[in-house]
Design a protein around this ligand. Structure first.
Ligand code: PGA
Length: 257
C-alpha cells in the first residue's frame, strides 16, 4: 500500500517566527500518526528555523520552488543545492509559478532533475485550467504535462517523485473537484501516463496527490479514493487545527498494522 502524504503549501504566508510557532503547535497533534507522511512547505526564509524546530520530529520540510542551476547569476533564486539539509521535499511547477512566473514544461523538467540530483523529493504539480476543463481537453493536457516533466528520467528516479494533480479552477476557489473526478484524473490520466512511460511497478508505487480547495470536511472522501495517495493543501494548511484534523482523518483510513 502506498503511504499517504499530506503536504501543506503555505505559499507566501507566515514569517519565520509564525512558521516555528505553527510547527510547534501542530507536531504533537500529527506525529502520533506515523502512517501518514506529513510535510510543511514554508517560504524560503523560514526554512532554516523550521528545519531546526523539527530536527528530531517526524514532520518533513519542503521548499516551494528551486532553480535548476547549481549557482550563478540568477538574482532572487534559490538552487536545489542550497536546499540540501534544510528540506527533504520541493514543490515544482505549481500552477501559480507557471502562471505568474512564466515557468514552462521545460523549466519544470530541469528543476525536477536538479532536485533529484540533490536528494530532494520533488512534488511536481500538473493540472488544467477552467477553459481547458470546459473544452474537454483535460486528459490530453495533463498527460502532456506529466510526459514533459518526466522527460529523460529513469524508472528509478521516477518512482520517487510525488505528483500533485491540481486543477487550476479548484485552487483557492472553494470549488474542489469531486472525489470521483479527482480520482479519475489521478488514476486514469496521471497514473495511466506513468504506466505507459515506465510500466506497472512504477505506476503502482508512485504517489499521486490531489490539490485544490481541500479541507477538513472533504479530505475524508478524497483520501478514500483508490488512486489518491495524499493532498497538497493550500489555505487549509495554514491553520493548526484544520491541518491536524486532515492528518487525523487520513490516518483513520490507513490504520497502522
Ligand atoms: P488550496 O491550494 O488548497 O488553497 O486550494 C492548493 C495549492 O495551491 O496547492
Amino acid at each position: 500500500m502506498r503511504k499517504p502524504i499530506l503536504a501543506g503549501n503555505w505559499k507566501m504566508n507566515k514569517t519565520p517566527a509564525e512558521a516555528v510557532e505553527f510547527v510547534r503547535a501542530v507536531s504533537p497533534l500529527v506525529t502520533c500518526y506515523p502512517q501518514v507522511e506529513t510535510v510543511v512547505c514554508p517560504p524560503f526564509v523560514a526554512l532554516p528555523a523550521v528545519a531546526e524546530a523539527l530536527r528530531d520530529i517526524p514532520i518533513a520540510v519542503g521548499a516551494q520552488n528551486c532553480h535548476w542551476a547549481e549557482s550563478g547569476a540568477y538574482t532572487g533564486e534559490v538552487s536545489a543545492a542550497m536546499l540540501e539539509g534544510l528540506a527533504q521535499y520541493v514543490i515544482i511547477g505549481h500552477s501559480e509559478r507557471r502562471q505568474y512566473f512564466a515557468e514552462t514544461d521545460e523549466s519544470v523538467n530541469k528543476k525536477l532533475k536538479a532536485a533529484l540530483a540533490h536528494g530532494l523529493v520533488p512534488i511536481v504539480c500538473v493540472g488544467e485550467d477552467l477553459a481547458q476543463n470546459e473544452a474537454g481537453v483535460t486528459d490530453a493536457f495533463v498527460s502532456g504535462q506529466v510526459r514533459a516533466a518526466f522527460a529523460g528520467l529513469s524508472a528509478e528516479q521516477a518512482v520517487g517523485v510525488v505528483i500533485a494533480y491540481e486543477p487550476i479552477w479548484a485552487i483557492g476557489t472553494g470549488r474542489n473537484a469531486t472525489p470521483e473526478v479527482a480520482n479519475r484524473v489521478c488514476g486514469h490520466v496521471v497514473r495511466g501516463t506513468i504506466r505507459q512511460l515506465y510500466g506497472d511497478a512504477v505506476a503502482d508505487a508512485i504517489r499521486i496527490q490531489y490539490g485544490g480547495s481541500t479541507n477538513d470536511k472533504n479530505i475524508g472522501e478524497l483520501m478514500a479514493m483508490t488512486d489518491i495517495d495524499g493532498a497538497l493543501i493550500g489555505g487549509a494548511s495554514l491553520k493548526v487545527d484544520v491541518f491536524a484534523t486532515m492528518v487525523r482523518v487520513t490516518a483513520g483510513l490507513y490504520p497502522q498494522d
